[in-house]
Design a protein around this ligand. Structure first.
Ligand SMILES: [Zn+2]
Length: 94
């Protein structure tokens, strides 16, 4: 089971949210930065309603998979053979 943390900020006057997942396979944490309330609302709705369709999320397939599964860059690459450069590791201890 992956675990998702959402950190919101308003850096340039626009809502930004860090979606932080710990990988269910290797436990490495990675994050995805999304912008705009619409996108954040879509993610929150999906996470709250596990029966919601991941296909409805307004993102590319690898990003949707990240939100759904929490797999990090490497594990996603290994499993699906494709990933998104938007998914970045969280630098621990910095
Ligand atoms: Zn992993």
């Amino acid at each position: 089971m992956s675990y998702t943390e959402i950190v919101e900020s308003y850096k340039s006057g626009e809502l930004e949210a860090d979606i932080i997942n710990s990988c269910p396979l290797c436990q490495k944490k990675s994050h995805l930065l999304i912008k705009g309330k619409e996108h954040l609302d879509a993610v929150e709705h999906y996470l709250k309603h596990r029966h919601a369709f991941v296909q409805d999320l307004p993102f590319d397939a690898p990003v949707r998979e990240f939100i759904k599964s929490g797999f990090c860059h490497d594990c996603m690459d290994m499993i699906f053979g494709k990933t998104s450069d938007e998914i970045k590791y969280v630098q621990e201890g910095k």
